[in-house]
Design a protein around this ligand. Structure first.
Ligand SMILES: [Zn+2]
Ligand SMILES: [Zn+2]
Length: 105
């Protein structure tokens, strides 16, 4: 877990590393399989939401938001402003326009 600026939420938010993400993703799939008529979205996704809270201490209510809070989706922090590059392959910082110098891809 690491707090990173989220480009979609426009705020710093706890993001999951690959190990944590794999578990959250599995719980997400199970929640989809568990859904039945009459069951609320929150009920079916409870184990996943609880897992995210356990790891991050953040009470998220939207499962889809958790699915995009994955560290590996973003690049490293910008050398200029500290916000993460929008993707691992981005060549510019979307926040400040800084040109990325060394892309280690
Ligand atoms: Zn977000
Ligand atoms: Zn920047």
């Amino acid at each position: 877990m690491k707090e990173l600026w989220c480009w979609r939420c426009k705020m710093e938010i706890p993001m999951l590393d690959e190990e944590e993400y794999a578990i959250a993703h599995k719980l997400y799939g199970e929640a989809l399989g568990r859904r039945k008529p009459g069951m609320t979205r929150e009920e079916s996704f409870k184990p996943m939401l609880n897992y995210y809270k356990e790891v991050t201490g953040f009470e998220e209510t939207e499962p889809n938001a958790i699915m995009h809070h994955r560290i590996a989706q973003y690049g490293p922090p910008c050398e200029n402003c500290g916000k993460p590059y929008r993707t691992p392959k981005a060549s510019f910082c979307a926040a400040c326009g800084n040109k990325r110098e060394n892309k280690n891809e």
